[in-house]
Design a protein around this ligand. Structure first.
Ligand SMILES: [Zn+2]
Ligand SMILES: [Zn+2]
Length: 271
């Protein structure tokens, strides 16, 4: 029995569904966020854009093009995980009992978020180094004024860096499919929020307040503006610990929340 035809058969049977799920996740999350921004602006509800500059049509098309290529890479990675499961290389507990009960499931969910945040922070720091910046990470930073469609706007190398986290985690920690699905949901929602360009987070997210340990849109927007601060994804603590949090983050966040009109060009030039 040849292994190759059966692997090919498995690919043709499973990969299209994985691709559609990955594609749907990106398209729905980015489109819903973009729609929320439009509706909020139309109703006069919520703050104005964080930056004075506005994204151009070509920024949207570049972000969407790069993101679709990343979706293709993520779906190949997803198929790799599925195949590893089929061939018994990765153990996925399919019932609550097999996953060790609800406490273990909740602990795994918290663990995957902490691990992903650490993976993101440290690979991100590495990608800003001279060895990887131009070839791996610069594509993402072509979005100086990010839009929700920049969520997956990565170069090929960075798409693989982002993709490979999940199989590595699953190799080490047996993870219930429900935890994987919830993790993917939280990841894409926080991702499109980080690139929204408009600050919807309430004041409780300000540094020093009750939810100050979670990132905001201003947090990641400042990363796109400066390219040298705020490397974290979900949490602010790595940036605090490593001294990479933008010195004016708290002030910029509170200003962005209250801004009712785009930042004036003159005001922006003094920053
Ligand atoms: Zn970004
Ligand atoms: Zn970066």
């Amino acid at each position: 029995m040849a292994v190759v035809p059966s692997a090919l058969e498995l690919f043709l049977r499973v990969w299209p569904a994985i691709f559609l799920v990955d594609l749907g996740q990106y398209v729905v999350a980015a489109a819903v966020m973009a729609l929320l921004i439009l509706v909020a602006a139309w109703l006069g509800f919520g703050p104005g854009p964080i930056q004075a500059k506005r994204p151009k049509g070509r920024d949207y098309s570049r972000e969407i093009g790069l993101s679709l290529r990343s979706v293709l890479i993520f779906s190949l990675n997803g198929f790799g995980i599925y195949a590893a499961m089929e061939f018994g290389l990765v153990a996925i507990p399919l019932t609550v009992e097999a996953a060790g009960g609800w406490v273990a499931i909740v602990a795994t969910f918290i663990g995957i978020l902490l691990a992903h945040d650490a993976w993101f922070y440290w690979t991100h720091r590495l990608m800003h180094g001279p060895a990887m910046w131009r070839r791996v990470h610069q594509a993402h930073h072509r979005s100086h004024v990010p839009t929700p469609f920049a969520a997956y706007a990565f170069g090929i190398g960075e798409a693989w860096v982002q993709a490979i986290f999940l199989p590595l985690f699953l190799l080490i920690v047996p993870t219930h499919p429900g935890v994987i699905s919830l993790f993917m949901l939280v990841m894409i929602v926080r991702n499109v929020m980080g690139h929204a360009g408009v600050e919807f987070h309430p004041a409780i997210f300000a540094p020093g307040r009750a939810l100050g340990w979670l990132t905001t849109t201003t947090h990641h927007d400042l990363h796109h503006q400066t390219g040298r601060w705020n490397f974290g994804f979900y949490f602010t603590f790595w940036d605090r610990l490593m001294g990479t949090e933008h010195p004016d983050y708290a002030q910029r966040f509170l200003e962005a929340r209250l801004r009712k009109r785009p930042l004036g060009a003159q005001e922006a030039a003094t920053r």
